[in-house]
Unconditional design. Structure first.
Length: 297
């Protein structure tokens, strides 16, 4: 696949974003690539003439480069998945598990792209629907997870089914339904398994359930997770990829399945899944507190 038109998405809250964003535009020009971006990002970097509306940017671009952390990459994936545009992330965050390059390797990244030294991966999206009084009231796509959770002072009950078979009733802080890609995100923090992103599955992980025997469950791509929610007081919330929030009501029904849509990711040489698993997770666990603080800064 030959890349010519490069869309750049920038997390403007990151300290290095301005300087590195301008470098990306320069590198594009040096490698005979054309750069464009959303109007707000173009104005931030001082290239207002490169701004394009989202619909036009989707249709125009061959590749999206996200400049930020995993959150920026998740947003880029959801925006450009409908158009089938591959996404490559440059890590300006802390963990950066999904990103493919570090700031100091940007020049080599362009050399690899131009020379065709990369792997194109396809990752599943999930589809989450909210039904209220028998009517669908909301629908979302997520790359990592859909989370049924509570407000600060709530106690939540989630009655769970796989297809039409009753699974369990979880009382606690909620339930995470993750893709294989999302197995290294919130689900992992809540005690869920690490799953290869090549698997077509969903991972159901209860959050702080009030029972000692609760465990995560991996279900197949052919199965659908269904839940009915209630709380004694306070808020009920559906969170999508940690970025979109939707308020739930008592007895709402949530249905989560794998979407027919997929996200395309660019993987560069030496940054495959098991390399990232080995280095990213160990780095976050075994650094001294002073080293963790320096890497976050």
């Amino acid at each position: 696949m030959i890349f010519k038109n490069i869309a750049i998405l920038v997390n403007k809250d990151k300290d290095q974003a301005y300087k590195l964003g301008r470098r990306l535009v320069t590198y594009c020009h040096e490698h005979a690539l054309t750069a464009a971006m959303l109007p707000a990002d173009a104005a931030f970097l001082g290239y207002s003439e490169l701004g394009r509306p989202l619909k036009e940017l989707r249709e125009w671009s061959d590749l999206v480069i996200s400049l930020g952390g995993d959150g920026t990459l998740l947003g880029a994936a959801r925006l450009f998945a409908p158009a089938g545009v591959p996404v490559l992330g440059i890590n300006l965050g802390h963990l950066g598990f999904l990103t493919a390059a570090e700031p100091e390797h940007v020049e080599q990244m362009f050399l690899d792209l131009v020379a065709g030294r990369y792997t194109l991966e396809q990752h599943n999206l999930l589809k989450a629907e909210v039904q209220r009084h028998g009517q669908k009231v909301a629908e979302f796509r997520a790359l990592n997870d859909a989370v049924i959770t509570k407000g600060s002072f709530s106690r939540i009950k989630v009655i769970c089914y796989v297809d039409d078979q009753y699974l369990a009733t979880y009382q606690g802080d909620g339930v995470i339904v993750a893709t294989a890609t999302g197995s290294t995100a919130y689900s992992l923090s809540a005690g869920g398994p690490v799953v290869s992103p090549d698997l077509d599955c969903l991972i159901i992980t209860p959050i702080c359930a009030h029972a000692l025997g609760t465990r995560s469950l991996v279900i197949s791509s052919r199965e659908i997770f269904r839940a009915v929610v209630s709380a004694d007081k306070g808020e009920l919330i559906l969170t999508v990829d940690g970025q979109e929030l939707y308020p739930l009501e008592q007895e709402d029904r949530i249905q989560v399945s794998l979407s027919a849509e997929k996200v395309k990711f660019i993987r560069l040489p030496g940054h495959e899944f098991y390399y990232a698993l080995r280095t990213r997770l160990q780095d976050s666990c075994f650094k001294l507190p002073e080293e963790q603080k320096n890497s976050e800064d």
